[in-house]
Design a protein around this ligand. Structure first.
Ligand SMILES: NC(=O)c1ccc[n+]([C@@H]2O[C@H](COP(=O)([O-])OP(=O)(O)OC[C@H]3O[C@@H](n4cnc5c(N)ncnc54)[C@H](O)[C@@H]3O)[C@@H](O)[C@H]2O)c1
Length: 438
């Protein structure tokens, strides 16, 4: 262990990062910038090749940082996993999606654990970063590694450290966000905490991998439940003729005991819509039904339908039919001013409107062409973000509050604006515009 700690101190420990996506790539950059030899691994050759050319494929991760890390600081990317044997620390950032029945899909973690166990050698540290239910590090990684006859804490080290990436957040990044670390044993904790201590400002150690795994889930469940609460209140207040956005602004002036969450057209992103169900699934193994989480999921997943129903009502009230109506959906990414469209509720909005008979277009300056995903194939391109374009549609539905959509002039020729994000304040609405809160 002392040798390992020394190699961390001297920046000679060779760091491997498996899974070069939104979480893995920033880690590669940080370790390279800190002076460590870094090798990134991915099964997608397009990614490893782009990185080796010094090119970024994630918009908010600066192209210049990627170029510098791969062209000047010696970082490399590879799909040859036999090179893992030459690395000292192996950090795993592979996807953890849900399966067809909303059950945890651990196949990426399992494949990676198998691969690592085939190359594991004495003295290595393995850290899992992928979000998952408590027990995964022990059940899926430790068991595979010890089956090779190696002992944790003596021959190798194993820890869990959740990622807290918030893509596009101008204030908090990987470096200045405290990093939780839990080890299988004291030695693993010490080595993993020392490694992360070199790239982040603050490491928070906890007593086990299970606590670290659970902390990440608590953070995401907290958001999912609170968003569901405001989404429910939105529907209640709407019926009562009360503006939920004004209510939140008022409540938020309380300087203690309140934290503002905002309603929307449904949940998006890689984490909040998925991670909570990792815990409900695991809780069932213990005979416990996590009702709060399921209820939040129920409320949040019903939101796209609510928005579509409100759009149909608004079109009806103008004596038109949704069948044959031209509807424009604003925003395809799941949060403002980024190009990440994973699990975005906009896809559902578009598909549901199409099912009702509308002709649907979308506008998103960050996503010129709708990517073909596992679930969605829209075959659409973004229309221009101009008032002339917006005026062509019977209704405009705001899904993502990109800054570019906040210009009141854009809506000068719009007839119906279905606003799920409070994008257009009351005082800047034209007189011919019907605004529907949804
Ligand atoms: N994106 C976020 O904001 C965020 C935040 C916190 C936690 N997380 C968690 O981090 C994990 C990774 O998320 P992400 O957003 O980086 O995903 P991502 O889809 O952006 O990246 C995952 C990468 O892993 C690669 N990959 C898949 N299988 C592989 C394998 N067997 N070997 C090597 N590479 C493989 C993919 O090609 C892809 O490049 C997930 O568990 C996620 O829940 C994500």
């Amino acid at each position: 262990m002392d040798d390992f700690l020394r190699s961390i101190e001297q920046r000679t420990a060779r760091v491997a990062v498996i899974g070069l996506g939104y979480v893995g790539l920033p880690l590669v950059l940080l370790f390279a910038e800190e002076g460590f030899p870094v090798l990134g691994f991915d099964v997608d050759p397009a990614k490893t090749e782009a990185l080796n050319r010094g090119e970024s494929y994630i918009r908010h991760i600066g192209a210049e940082r990627v170029r510098r890390a791969f062209c000047e600081l010696g970082a490399r990317a590879s799909g040859d996993f036999s090179l893992l044997a030459s690395c000292d620390a192996i950090i795993v950032c592979v996807p953890t999606p849900l399966g067809a029945h909303r059950e945890p899909d651990l196949k990426y973690i399992r494949i990676t654990a198998e691969t690592i166990s085939n190359h594991l050698r004495p003295g290595q540290l393995v850290v899992l970063e992928s979000t998952t239910y408590p027990g995964t590090t022990r059940e899926e990684m430790l068991t595979r590694f010890t089956a090779k006859g190696l002992e944790c804490g003596r021959d190798f080290f194993l820890a869990f450290s959740p990622e807290r990436e918030d893509p596009g957040n101008p204030k908090f990044n990987t470096k200045n966000t405290p990093k939780i670390v839990g080890g299988i044993d004291e030695e693993s904790l010490k080595v993993a905490a020392a490694l992360y201590g070199t790239i982040v400002d603050r490491v928070v150690t906890v007593s086990s991998t299970e606590v670290a795994e659970s902390a990440k889930l608590l953070e995401n469940i907290f958001r999912a439940v609170n968003i569901a609460l405001v989404n429910e209140l939105k529907v209640v207040f709407e019926r009562m003729g009360i503006d939920v956005w004004e209510v939140i602004e008022a409540a938020k002036t309380k300087p203690f005991g309140f934290m503002a969450f905002y309603p929307g057209p449904g949940l998006g992103g890689h984490c909040i819509p998925l991670d909570p169900f990792y815990l409900t699934w695991k809780a069932a193994e213990y005979g416990i039904w996590a009702r709060f989480i399921e209820l939040a999921g129920d409320v949040n997943t019903s939101m796209p339908r609510y928005v579509v129903d409100r759009t149909v009502e608004a079109i009806n009230q103008k004596r038109m039919s949704i069948v044959g109506a031209n509807v424009l959906v604003l925003g395809l990414s799941y949060k403002p001013d980024i190009d990440d469209d994973r699990e975005s509720p906009s896809f559902e909005l578009i598909e549901m409107l199409q099912e009702r008979g509308a002709t649907v277009a979308y506008c998103d300056p960050y996503i010129p062409t709708a990517r073909q995903g596992r679930k969605h194939q829209l075959n659409l391109h973004s229309v221009p973000c101009t008032a002339e374009e917006f005026a062509k549609y019977d209704a405009v539905v705001v899904s993502t509050p990109h800054t570019a959509f906040k210009e009141p002039q854009l809506y000068s020729g719009t007839k119906i604006l279905v606003d799920t994000r409070n994008i257009l304040p009351k005082e800047s609405r034209g007189t011919n515009l019907t605004v529907v809160r949804a």
